[in-house]
Design a protein around this ligand. Structure first.
Ligand SMILES: NC(=O)c1ccc[n+]([C@@H]2O[C@H](COP(=O)([O-])OP(=O)(O)OC[C@H]3O[C@@H](n4cnc5c(N)ncnc54)[C@H](O)[C@@H]3O)[C@@H](O)[C@H]2O)c1
Length: 259
């Protein structure tokens, strides 16, 4: 490893090719970190790396991994470790939303969502923990959703509420090694994730409902989440752990969809 590259902290960002993932990678790159940009969609994450890589002593490396698959997660961590020799920050951002109500949800979809959205972040932290133990420092940032308090599609909400529980559990377990673990709960924003399976009118109606219950009267922007990630990844947040920061203009105060 090039000595200059290895002096920089390294962030692993999952779901890096998505709307929030791209903004998070861009911000952490601006902050001076090397980035391991992870996504199931290799070509999209390679395109991101190509766009961001502008410096000879700082790198964005694109790696394909399926967060629902333990072997794939292990292989990605091994590759990141070989490339950089250290891992400092993990942003668990990848998620899927196979919608279904309590009346009609598909059990296979339920299991797949749990595997990608909840078990994946836990496994990723398990595989990276040896780096944190060695380094005696680390940061975990779990992207949840305001729906963990507000409700919504049951499997998705269960994953996100579970990820808040995992945040609190890992905050205690990893603290002896000076690792902080926090969650960010964004509000609604347009992305492949929220637009898939909806026509634009449905999304617009949902967005209008969301803005109506948001005291700060707009949707979440990717940079809102990226800025908060930057803070939680930095030394300025050193004494903050086990927290959920709602980045949704106050809409956590209102029940989902209330006008
Ligand atoms: N968009 C919103 O309104 C919203 C609101 C609250 C929370 N969130 C959360 O923000 C995060 C990012 O969402 P987004 O809106 O940017 O969605 P997005 O669809 O734009 O991005 C998700 C990314 O995850 C990747 N991905 C999907 N399955 C994967 C897997 N098995 N392994 C690895 N990567 C995988 C996708 O390829 C995609 O690039 C998610 O955790 C989501 O739950 C989104």
């Amino acid at each position: 490893m090039n000595a200059l590259l290895s002096n920089r902290p390294v962030a692993v960002v999952t779901g890096a090719a998505g709307e929030l993932g791209r903004a998070i990678c861009q911000r952490l790159y601006q902050d001076g970190l090397n980035i391991v940009a992870v996504d199931i969609n290799l070509s999209a994450v390679e395109a991101l790396a190509h766009t961001l890589n502008r410096s000879s002593d700082q790198r964005v490396v694109a790696i394909q991994a399926d967060m629902g698959d333990e072997r794939s997660i292990s292989a990605m961590v091994d590759q990141a470790g070989e490339l950089f020799g250290r891992i400092d920050v993990v942003v668990n951002n990848a998620a899927i939303n196979l919608r279904g109500s309590i009346y009609d949800f598909n059990p296979e979809h339920w299991d797949k969502m749990m595997a990608v959205n909840l078990r994946g972040p836990a496994l990723l932290c398990q595989k990276i923990a040896p780096f944190w133990v060695k380094q005696q420092s680390g940061r975990v940032i779990n992207i949840v959703s305001r729906c963990w308090v507000a409700g919504g599609p049951p499997a998705y909400v269960a994953c996100k509420a579970g990820l808040v529980g995992l945040t609190r559990s890992m905050a205690r377990e990893l603290a002896p090694h000076n690792v902080t673990v926090n969650a960010i709960a964004p509000g609604l924003l347009p992305s492949a994730f929220t637009l898939e399976g909806r026509n634009p009118e449905d999304f617009d109606q949902m967005a209008e409902g969301s803005i109506n219950v948001t005291p700060l009267k707009r949707l979440t922007r990717p940079e809102d989440v990226a800025n908060t990630t930057s803070f939680l990844a930095s030394s300025d947040s050193a004494f903050i752990t086990a927290e959920v920061i709602h980045v949704c203009g106050g809409s956590q105060l209102a029940p989902f969809g209330t006008r």
